[in-house]
Ligand binder design. Structure first.
Ligand code: ATP
Ligand code: MG
Ligand code: MG
Ligand code: MG
Length: 463
C-alpha cells in the first residue's frame, strides 16, 4: 500500500462518516504563539476553545507538521522526524470518545487490516470510561495500559484546551527495541510503536493551571503517516518507506555514503532535514537568522554537518529536491511548481555554509588537544565556532558527543549575552539561540520570553 493510498483511505473513511475533508494547512500557523504547526489540531485551536464557531462539526486532514523538539531523536529512533504528516479526525462539540475510539479501531483493523494481536492500547490512569469502550470492542484487559500525565494527558501548551488521551500501539515484535522481557507500550523504545493518539479534549487550563470543563467537548486525533506507512509497507523504520527511501537513495548515490553501518544516521538526518526545509521553504520560510527562518537554517546546517562529518564536503543536498517533489507530486503538487525556487534557496544556503563549515571543522580539529585537556568544549570555543563559523551550538554539542565530551553551555550563553548587550541588535535571534541551547526546541515567542521548559503544544512530547 503506498503512502498516497493510506492518506486517501484515511480521508475517505472519515468523509464517509460525516467529516469535511480539508487540505493541509500551512506549516506556518496563524497562531502567533507557536513557530510551526506541530500537530493537526493547531489550525483548529479557536474552535476547540469556543472562540470561533466552526463551519462544520467534523473535519479530517492530513496535516504537514514540523517539530524541532524531536530533532535529536531523528535518525536514532525508527519513528521520529522533524517534518511529518499527521492524519487526523476532529470533532468540535459533536461526537466524543464513544465514537472516536470505535472509529479508530475499525479503521486500523477493518480498513488497514492490522493484526489485532499486535495492537495495544494506553489510556489515562483514571479514564475508566475509555477503558470500558475499549473492552466493549473485545480488547483484552491485559492489553490496555494505564499511564499518567506525561504520556496520556494532552495539553495545548501551558494554557488552553486539554484532556486525557488514549493511544494505539503496534507491536513490531521482540526483535525490535530494548529487548527487555518487561517491554510494553509504556517503554520508550521502538518495539511498541505509537501509531495513533486520540485526545479527548474536555478542559481548558488557565494561567494558574486550573482546569475547567470546556463548554463543548471535542476530539482531536493524530496518526503519523510515516509510522503507519512503515507498518503497512513492512519496513523496519519510517526511513525505508516510499515517503523517504527514494531521498536516501538519491543522497547516497550522490555522496557515496552507504545506507548501512555508520552511514545510516547521517543519511536519515539529511533526508529528514531536507524534507523539513523543502516543505518550510515551500510555505514561505527562507533560511535566515531569526524565528522560523532560523529553524530552516539550522536544519540545513545540521544536514550539511552530518555529511561533512561523513566525509562528503561539497554542497549537494539541493540536488535531491526533485526527488522530494516527485514523492509528493500527487499530494503536494506545489512542491513541483516551486521546485526551482526551493532548489535556489537551499543551494545558496549550502554554499554559504559549506566553506565556513570546512574552516570551522579544521579549527575544531586544531583545538582538539586543548579540548581534550579541558575534558569539555569551553564556552569560548563554542562561542568562537558559533560567532565566526556560524555553528549552531547544537552542532557543537553533537560534535562533542562524538568524542564523549560535553560543552560548557552556561559559558557559551554568558558570552552570547555579552554580545547581546553589546550589539542590542538581532536580540530576538540571541534569545532563541539561548533557549534552544537549553531545550533544543523552538516553541513560540511566548514561551521564549518566559524561557519556559514546556515543549510545544503537546505537553507530553518530551518531558
Ligand atoms: P512519541 O511518544 O513516539 O514521541 P508523541 O506521543 O510525541 O510520539 P503525539 O504528540 O501524540 O506523538 O502525536 C500524534 C502522532 O503523531 C503520534 O502518535 C505519531 O504517530 C505521530 N508523531 C508524533 N511525533 C512524531 C515525529 N517526531 N515524527 C513522526 N511522527 C510523529
Ligand atoms: Mg507518545
Ligand atoms: Mg502521543
Ligand atoms: Mg514525542
Amino acid at each position: 500500500m503506498t503512502s498516497d493510498d493510506i492518506r486517501r483511505l484515511f480521508l475517505n473513511y472519515f468523509k464517509e462518516r460525516g467529516h469535511t475533508v480539508l487540505p493541509s494547512f500551512s506549516l506556518v500557523p496563524e497562531d502567533p504563539t507557536i513557530l510551526f504547526t506541530i500537530a493537526g489540531m493547531v489550525p483548529f485551536k479557536p474552535y476547540f476553545l469556543g472562540r470561533e464557531e466552526p463551519p462544520f462539526k467534523r473535519a479530517t486532514t492530513s496535516q504537514k507538521c514540523l517539530r524541532t523538539n524531536d530533532i535529536e531523536e531523528v535518525g536514532k529512533t525508527a519513528r521520529h522526524h522533524t517534518f511529518f504528516e499527521m492524519l487526523g479526525n476532529f470533532s468540535f462539540g459533536d461526537y466524543f470518545k464513544e465514537k472516536a475510539i470505535p472509529f479508530a479501531w475499525v479503521f486500523v483493523t477493518e480498513v488497514l487490516h492490522l493484526q489485532k494481536e499486535r495492537l495495544f492500547i494506553t489510556i489515562y490512569k483514571d479514564d475508566d470510561e475509555s477503558y470500558e469502550i475499549w473492552r466493549s470492542l473485545d480488547i483484552p484487559a491485559e492489553k490496555i495500559y494505564r499511564s499518567g500525565e506525561k504520556d496520556n494527558f494532552w495539553s495545548a501548551g501551558p494554557v488552553g484546551p486539554c484532556g486525557p488521551c488514549s493511544e494505539i500501539y503496534y507491536d513490531r515484535g521482540e526483535n525490535f527495541g530494548c529487548k527487555r522481557p518487561d517491554c510494553s507500550p509504556l517503554c520508550d523504545c521502538d518495539r511498541f510503536l505509537e501509531i495513533w493518539n486520540l485526545v479527548f479534549m474536555q478542559y481548558n487550563r488557565d494561567e494558574e493551571s486550573n482546569l475547567t470543563l470546556l463548554s463543548k467537548k471535542g476530539i482531536d486525533t493524530g496518526m503519523g503517516l510515516e509510522r503507519i506507512a512503515s507498518v503497512l509497507q513492512g519496513k523496519d523504520s519510517n526511513y525505508e518507506t516510499d515517503l523517504i527511501y527514494p531521498i536516501i537513495e538519491k543522497l547516497s548515490s550522490i555522496t557515496g555514503i552507504e545506507y548501512k553501518g555508520k552511514g545510516i544516521i547521517p543519511l536519515r538526518v539529511m533526508s529528514d532535514h531536507l524534507r523539513g526545509a523543502v516543505f518550510a521553504i515551500s510555505d514561505g520560510v527562507l533560511p535566515s537568522n531569526e524565528g522560523r527562518g532560523y529553524v530552516v537554517r539550522r536544519l540545513l546546517r545540521r544536514a550539511l554537518t552530518f555529511s561533512h562529518l561523513s566525509g562528503y564536503q561539497t554542497p549537494f543536498i539541493y540536488k535531491a529536491v526533485p526527488t522530494v517533489s516527485n514523492i509528493y507530486r500527487h499530494s503536494y503538487p506545489e512542491l513541483f511548481e516551486k521546485k526551482d525556487y526551493i532548489i535556489d534557496a537551499i543551494r545558496s544556503e549550502e554554499e554559504k555554509f559549506s566553506q565556513s563549515l570546512k574552516d570551522g571543522l579544521s579549527m575544531f580539529n586544531k583545538l582538539m588537544p586543548q579540548i581534550k585537556k579541558d575534558g569539555i568544549i569551553s564556552g569560548e570555543i563554542a562561542f568562537l565556532l558559533y560567532d565566526t563559523y556560524g555553528f549552531p551550538v547544537e552542532l557543537t554539542k553533537e560534535m562533542a558527543a562524538e568524542f564523549n565530551i560535553g560543552v560548557d553551555i552556561e559559558g557559551f550563553n554568558e558570552l552570547l549575552m555579552q554580545r547581546k548587550n553589546l550589539s542590542r541588535q538581532g536580540s530576538q535571534f540571541v534569545d532563541e539561540i539561548i533557549t534552544t541551547s537549553f531545550t533544543s526546541e523552538f516553541v513560540g515567542y511566548d514561551n521564549l520570553k518566559t524561557n519556559s521548559k514546556i515543549l510545544g503544544i503537546y505537553k507530553n512530547n518530551n518531558e
